[in-house]
Design a protein around this ligand. Structure first.
Ligand code: ADP
Ligand code: MG
Length: 288
């Protein structure tokens, strides 16, 4: 049977936009020592826009091909790339075959018997990307932009930089959690320089970049003795949300993240995490 104090915490949470999926989670949040945040869609708004096109030549067919391939993906970066490339050409879209979408890496396909890859260093190779247009990748990444490269038959022909904005409540939320003595960490599939810039903007000192979904899970397993909560939004955060003591999903996150999480932040408001912890601590005081 559920205690009145627990019931009251759950209902007060609901009024504030914090959905606890059960009394245990409302109870466990009080003792959380570390909170791990996903980057894209969690600390950031998850609505990137293409800010830079760096291509060896302006070729409308190249843009049409990229658009056609990225239409096969529902990654937020793919949506932004579709939007930007469709304005660059008026060609018919080519047929796309053998599409493979690699979580945390990018997308690969065959178009007119040529092999195309769009993604990061894990998909196209670190060396190849770094040697393209001498130093440009680092410069863009240091601005906090995500760099996505394009290769055609294994030759890099260009890249996009995409800018996402940090959520307006992120800095406040992190600061409050730190004042509570909670350790904060950011995990991301993005590259190290981009990760560093975004972590800095959010006020988070610890981050791990180039994380595949499994790497996120392994990180959480490594620190499990610390009573850890994970905050995420994406399909690929679901395994990490399930592994953490308390999984917290952003309200506008993917269905899978919402289903897997123990707590949902209804309005994507990160400052509600500290409120939820307060509710949980007050509730535990009454129970004990
Ligand atoms: P995060 O952990 O920041 O939410 P993801 O794990 O979803 O990021 O993606 C990590 C990286 O994989 C992206 O930064 C991008 O380089 C690459 N990527 C994934 N999907 C795509 C795609 N459809 N097109 C281009 N790049 C992609
Ligand atoms: Mg995300």
């Amino acid at each position: 049977s559920i205690m009145p104090a627990t019931l009251s915490a759950i209902s007060r949470g609901a009024k504030q936009g914090i959905l606890f999926k059960g009394g245990v989670f409302a109870e466990q949040l009080a003792n959380i020592e570390t909170i791990v945040f996903d980057k894209t869609g969690t600390l950031t708004n998850g609505k990137p826009i293409v800010t830079d096109f760096i291509f060896t030549k302006e070729d409308p067919i190249v843009y049409a091909t990229i658009e056609a391939i990225e239409r096969q993906s529902n990654h937020p970066l793919a949506k932004a790339i579709v939007k930007a490339t469709q304005e660059k050409h008026s060609c018919n879209l080519p047929n796309v075959n053998s599409v493979q979408d690699f979580s945390g890496k990018g997308i690969q396909a065959v178009v007119e018997e040529e092999s195309w890859k769009i993604g990061n260093a894990k998909l196209l190779g670190e060396q190849a990307i770094q040697s393209f247009e001498n130093g440009v990748v680092s410069r863009l990444a240091k601005e906090g932009k995500t760099v996505v490269a394009v290769s055609r038959n294994n030759e890099i022909i260009g890249l996009f930089a995409l800018q996402d904005t940090i959520r307006s409540q992120a800095v406040d939320a992190i600061q409050t959690l730190k004042k509570h003595g909670i350790r904060t960490v950011m995990l991301t599939g993005d590259q190290p320089e981009t990760a560093k810039a975004i972590a800095q903007q959010a006020g988070i000192e610890e981050y791990v970049a180039s994380c595949l979904p499994d790497d996120k899970v392994n990180y959480i397993k490594t620190y499990q003795h610390e009573r850890l909560a994970m905050v995420g939004d994406g399909i690929n955060d679901a395994p990490a949300l399930a592994t953490a003591h308390v999984g917290i999903a952003m309200g506008e996150g993917s269905d899978v993240a919402l289903e897997t999480a123990d707590v949902v932040l209804m309005k994507n408001d990160l400052t509600k995490i500290a409120h939820a912890i307060d509710l949980s601590q007050k509730m535990n005081q009454i129970i004990k």
